[in-house]
Design a protein around this ligand. Sequence first.
Ligand code: FAD
Length: 420
Amino acid sequence: MTAVFSQRFDCEVLVVGAGPAGSGLAAHLAGLGHDVIVLDKGPGPRQKACGEFINPDAVRLLEKLGVLPDLEKCHPKSLRGMRIHTARGETMSGDFPGIATKVITTGAAGAPFRFQTGGISLSRPVLDGTLARHAARQGAEVRYSARVTDLLMENGKVSGVVAAEGGMNRPIRSRLVVGADGRHSIVARRLDLRRPHRRLHRTGYIRRYSGVPADGEYGEVFLSGDSYCILNPTGQGDWTVGIVLPSNQISPQGKNPEESFQERLRQFPGAFERVRDAAFRSTVQGCGPMAFDTSRQVHAGLLLVGDAAGFYDPLTGEGIHIALKGAEIAAAVADEALRSNDLSSRYLSRYETLRRDHLLPKRRFCALLQALIRSPFLVDSLVRHLNRAPALRETFMGVIGDTLSPAKLLDPSLLLGQPV
Ligand SMILES: Cc1cc2nc3c(=O)[nH]c(=O)nc-3n(C[C@H](O)[C@H](O)[C@H](O)COP(=O)(O)OP(=O)(O)OC[C@H]3O[C@@H](n4cnc5c(N)ncnc54)[C@H](O)[C@@H]3O)c2cc1C
């Protein structure tokens, strides 16, 4: 942008973290002509504690960002929907609405490609790496092995970061800092914005398997009281398995994490049977307590995006969607703020409002679902009702996949509609 800024600042926007939130936001802002640096502490894109399910609206956001053709070349696994298994044996398979095979022509080469609308699963190194390369193509400078250790402050405003890079600690000054540094965000912690979640205290574990006999088209959720297990097919017999348990049920087992994982998996007999003879493709990654909030998502000179701004629960698999959607909203507000030369928390608070307006309806839907899964009677009734009411089931799946607003579920004709 203007020479005035380049004399005083090393860049206009300094993004901490090259996950979906950081790279997504960097791609948007660099594409709008801003001078963006992204720093990530990892040596490169890597495996994360994640079920690797990308929901239908996140796929749409990736397409809008222009990165879907690159991801398509990496052969993501298309997912039609989700299958829910209750502890007492009820099962419901729901397809995401509007599934179709599309042939799309985009990009400079104009080569047509096909993909199935719906969800996809893709390994995180592939997703994160492709997004970071896309941000770089848009003009952002993406640097790995660059750990942010502190924030620079000037008159109460965030004015840059201190980064450990190449064995040196050095200050990097910027007009705007974006904390997209995930659940352990140093940016949020330095400003004392992180808060424990009031209700949800769960721990999640992830392990990857290969050689599973069935190569499914559905993500599968096995419920068991307050706990659940998600099996997500990632293609060619590979599955990612996630187990989520109340943190107070995690007793020290005196075993290695792999043995403990297998033992916990037995709590979900249907899931255990599915991967019983499969080979392990990864060690166990754990994280807990998973849910937390932030008291604010802006400060003068700063925005928090993605997990750095808070995390709820992976049951409905929308963390990547929230990261990408948050990046889109943040980029629009940041662009206006940079152009108006107003990086005050008052100006940036528009991001908080838009983000809350976007998240709140789905968050309420998820809270209701969380309450339902605690009651075997209620969850069985819900699954039976969804099986009998295809229109309601389709809307339910649209809400899960973030392509339909939860308000659609309140449509009286749906709720009272004749079961088939
Ligand atoms: C058990 C579990 C299962 C999940 N399954 C799913 C799922 O199936 N689908 C889904 O959509 N979501 C899932 N999620 C959530 C999803 O993984 C996250 O919401 C998503 O990764 C958020 O993206 P992000 O860019 O905000 O953060 P991240 O992907 O965590 O990226 C943050 C980046 O910041 C970097 N960083 C951190 N600290 C620093 C620092 N000090 N300096 C520089 N760089 C730093 C990290 O290296 C990292 O690359 C799951 C979460 C859990 C816990």
